[in-house]
Design a protein around this ligand. Structure first.
Ligand code: UDP
Length: 369
């Protein structure tokens, strides 16, 4: 008899959701994490009274009512709506691509005028069936928007040419012929009031958690504790990179506390030219809906510049590079994983998938325990 039914490796959203569900179903669960804190990459910490998204901005959005109701059991959500601004060499454009963007780009006023402009550009480019991100982007919004708002940002973000990237990445962004700056096509959207860490702590209530514990360095010892393992770290690392490492993009965050109440007037500003070394600047206070811009409540502001970089061993992996080469390498790991029937691999790193938070939670809710 082992001490626990489940050992969950990683206290991010997948591990935490699984742990909650298994515990509520009467199973015994131990959660471990190698970091000194819970919440994985949704971790937020208070700086100058502001919840800072330490591992990158996370805006919860979903169309799934079950997931929305689930997260609302553990947190109250504010009514933040993500509307990033693109800065191309000092010129500002609305995101996602919508009538405000088209008006600024071409002076067009009606949806029909915008469509005509885009269709002209698509026709000129001569793309029939888009095979990569570049062709997909041009087929959606034409060459001007591709050149000014997509190419530079994407090539900085992924460190690869747009023609070498999978088309699905750009399909994450809506294209609208309405005046609507909401970045997500989602019925439900918001940020947990008090931060994600508080939400995850609520999810873990009554569950044993051990921090600063590195599973891979004490595998035998941990395996002896539980019948089943839920592993949410990188799948290639779990198998000692036996088929070669999978590629990830990492992000370096340069944070600053500024002695002014309002730096950029928005939570996210994307720098879409190729020359600016960072991809975007996040001003964390604007995630907290209703904060007063004159600085009465919060006289200072915290900003994070994001620098994208190729991941190497020892860095934090953030984005799986789901191109052909890595997808087929991942398949080899997946086949190996099937042979380990006592291990469940989950989450962005365990499944090597560019998942959003709601999909991660949904997948964890659907696992049998
Ligand atoms: N993207 C872009 N310009 C922008 C914002 C996004 O070209 O101003 C592209 C880029 O390729 C990026 C993808 O759209 O990787 C998905 O963007 P999203 O905002 O969903 O990325 P995340 O927030 O996950 O980093």
């Amino acid at each position: 008899m082992k001490k626990y039914d489940f050992l969950v490796v990683g206290a991010g959203l997948y591990g935490t959701t699984f742990a909650r569900q298994a515990t509520d179903a009467g199973k015994s669960v131990l959660v471990i994490d190698k970091r000194p804190q819970i919440a994985g990459n949704v971790y937020t910490e208070k700086v100058e009274g502001i919840n800072v998204h330490k591992y990158g901005a996370h805006i919860f959005h979903t169309n799934n009512k079950e997931v929305w109701d689930y997260v609302n059991r553990f947190a109250e959500f504010n009514r933040f709506t993500n509307s990033p601004v693109a800065n191309y060499k000092g010129e500002l454009f609305s995101l996602p691509f919508n009538m405000y963007t088209f008006n600024k780009m071409w002076g067009v006023v009606t949806p029909q005028q915008a469509k005509t402009k885009i269709e002209e550009q698509i026709k000129k480019a001569g793309i029939k069936e888009p095979k990569n991100l570049e062709e997909q982007a041009i087929s959606l919004v034409g060459t001007d928007i591709y050149e000014k708002l997509i190419k530079g940002y994407t090539e900085k973000q992924w460190g690869r040419e747009c023609s070498e990237l999978p088309a699905f990445i750009i399909k994450r962004l809506p294209v609208r012929f309405t005046f609507d700056n909401n970045y997500f096509n989602a019925l439900y959207q918001g940020i947990p009031i008090g931060g994600y860490t508080k939400m995850v702590a609520n999810m873990l209530k009554g569950i044993e958690v051990r921090l600063n514990e590195n599973y891979l360095s004490k595998r035998e010892e941990y395996n002896s504790l539980a019948d089943k393992i839920v592993y949410t770290g990188p799948i290639d690392e779990f198998f000692d990179y036996k088929f070669g490492p999978l590629e990830y993009r990492s992000v370096r965050f340069k944070n600053e506390i500024l002695d002014i109440p309002n730096f950029q007037g928005n939570a996210a500003v994307n720098y879409t030219d190729a020359e600016t070394p960072w991809t975007r600047v996040i001003e964390h206070k604007w995630f907290e809906f209703g904060k007063d811009e004159n600085g009465k409540d919060l006289p200072k502001t915290v900003i994070s510049r994001e620098y994208s970089a190729e991941w190497k061993i020892g860095d934090e992996p953030y984005y799986p590079v789901n191109d052909e080469k890595n997808t087929s390498r991942y398949q080899q790991y997946r086949i190996e994983a099937e042979k380990h029937c006592n291990v469940i691999f989950g989450g962005r790193l365990g499944e090597y998938k560019y998942y959003d938070m709601d999909k991660v939670i949904l997948n964890a809710l659907q696992v049998e325990h």
